[in-house]
Design a protein around this ligand. Structure first.
Ligand code: AMP
Ligand code: ZN
Length: 482
């Protein structure tokens, strides 16, 4: 595949250190709050990337950290530890906060069909390794001890700003304005590897170290976790664009200084999800979560579909109207798939292979997921058997993970039930000729009959989110688009 590499600012042919094997690393969440749907945009795109590499035949080892210590509110070395901030906010211990929000993160991932990486490592579980690496950097002369902290000395590097010098302005996110400089730092860009002199007295988690009781800086965790579980040569490192500087810049600095050779070949950065009022941010406290989407009656997979419709390197604007449009488009797509008959003909292997190749070349052009989505409609129009079309859609869905066939099967089931009810002179649904909506309205009627009002309300909200108004009429219900 061809992939844009933020380190070289070019689209390049994807290559790995060991043929056929991808060592992939993803910066995981800072677990002091729920992940917002912006964070999850990054994880969705990284998930598609991983699945596409597997589709191309690679064996992928994906590693992710969980940041449960050391990430200060400024993304650099100023401010409060985010975990401590979360614990204070909720009057709980840091470890309780970490456990709760780690579980919440993976629950969200499951709802969005995001696969769990092969290795998930919380930072607090590997402190000894961090200490060894910091000691190694001191021994090699790349770090110094000052004012109680250990700092990385960026003046010892040939080049530091590796991601700079290109158009992505967002790289300046981590640059702070009006923040008092730490007078222990020898150079402006030096960063903390190990804190003992906490700027706040009640740091909850502390460990003994050769430099005194303290805790690690944020950046060291990703270098160490990757070196331990991916090995010395990393093929692909992912994260949101705000991670590029200073986080990834510092990861490169310390990993290459420690290893003494180039570390990671390809850098994949996902542009931000924004709202009309700006970037969605966890630290601002106001943000949208997967649970909120669900409460409003949206299917989380529709959010995934919405993300896939645009390119990962372009900013994406979230609005309820955009999500409504995605809901309608997704529902129509599922209806069309549901209309295919699984027992219509045999699977034509040659056609399947031809379409798989087409998909590889479309999506393989810098992870062009919107072309991947468009390809689904081309399959529906193809001149082949329904069985072949379904086989191709199932194949594409290994990468897109939109649960296409399961959702279509459910619609077929509901349609069959509706037919039976109609034939029995039972509940009748009239509407504007969309079998998928008929089926939902029928399911609502059945839930009401069974006095399952919670389910009936849930379906009504789902229909409302799709812009469908349901009216109860004698012997059934009728619906219309509003
Ligand atoms: P955090 O939990 O803050 O460490 O962030 C988790 C991931 O989400 C990182 O890869 C961030 O770069 C990414 N991220 C943060 N904000 C956004 C956003 N608004 N849109 C897309 N990705 C984001
Ligand atoms: Zn990281």
């Amino acid at each position: 595949m061809y992939l844009y590499n933020s380190a070289t600012h070019k689209k390049e042919e994807f290559q790995t250190h060991t043929p056929g094997r991808v060592e992939m690393y993803t910066c995981g969440p800072t677990v002091y709050h729920f992940a917002h749907i912006g964070n999850l945009r990054s994880y969705i795109m990284e998930d598609v990337l991983e699945k596409f590499l597997r589709y191309e035949g690679y064996d992928v080892n994906r590693v992710m950290n969980i940041t449960d210590v050391g990430h200060l509110t400024s993304d650099a070395d100023e401010g409060e530890d985010k975990m401590l901030k979360g614990a204070k906010r909720e009057n709980k211990s840091v470890m309780d906060i970490a456990k709760f929000y780690t579980d919440a993160f993976f629950a969200d991932c499951e709802k969005l069909n995001i696969k769990v990486p092969e290795v998930v490592q919380p930072a607090t579980g590997l402190i000894d390794e961090f200490i060894t690496t910091v000691q190694g950097l001191l021994d090699k002369g790349f770090a110094y001890f000052a004012g109680g902290n250990v700092y990385f000395d960026t003046s010892k590097l040939d080049s530091y700003h590796v991601f700079h010098n290109h158009e992505e302005d967002a790289l300046d996110v981590g640059v702070r304005e009006g923040v008092e400089e730490d007078s222990n730092k020898r150079n402006k860009n030096d960063f903390v590897l190990w804190f003992t002199k906490s700027k706040f007295e009640d740091q909850a988690l502390k460990w003994d170290s050769p430099w005194g009781v303290g805790y690690p800086g944020w950046h060291i965790e990703c270098s160490c976790i990757s070196m331990k579980f991916n090995g010395e040569y990393l093929d692909l490192h992912c994260g949101g664009i705000d991670n590029a500087f200073p986080h990834h810049t510092n990861e490169i600095a310390q990993s290459e200084a420690y290893l003494g050779h180039p570390w990671c070949k390809q850098w994949f950065h996902v542009a931000h999800l924004n709202t009309n009022s700006g970037k969605m941010s966890k630290s601002k406290g106001e943000f949208l979560t997967v649970s909120l989407l669900e409460e409003k009656g949206y299917d989380p997979i529709v959010y995934r579909f919405f993300c896939l419709q645009s390119h990962y390197r372009k900013g994406l604007v979230f609005s309820w109207e955009n999500l409504d449009n995605a809901t309608v488009a997704f529902q129509k797509l599922i209806s069309r798939i549901a209309a295919l008959k699984p027992d219509n003909g045999e699977v034509d292997g040659a056609v399947l292979a031809e379409y798989e190749d087409k998909f590889k070349s479309l999506v393989g052009n810098d992870l062009n997921t919107s072309m991947g989505v468009t390809a689904l409609y081309d399959v529906l129009k193809a001149k082949t058997t329904d069985a072949t079309k379904l086989a191709i859609l199932a194949s594409y869905d290994k990468v897109l993970s939109l649960s296409l066939l399961d959702k279509a099967a459910k619609v077929r089931e509901e349609q069959a039930k509706a037919q039976t009810a109609k034939a029995a002179g039972g509940y009748t649904v009239t509407g504007e000729g969309d079998p998928a909506i008929d089926a939902l309205v029928l399911a609502r009627g059945e839930a009401k009959k069974a006095k399952n009002f919670a389910e009936a309300d849930r379906i009504r909200d789902e229909l409302k989110a799709m812009g469908v108004e349901v009216t109860d009429v004698p012997g059934g219900a009728s619906w219309k688009k509003v």
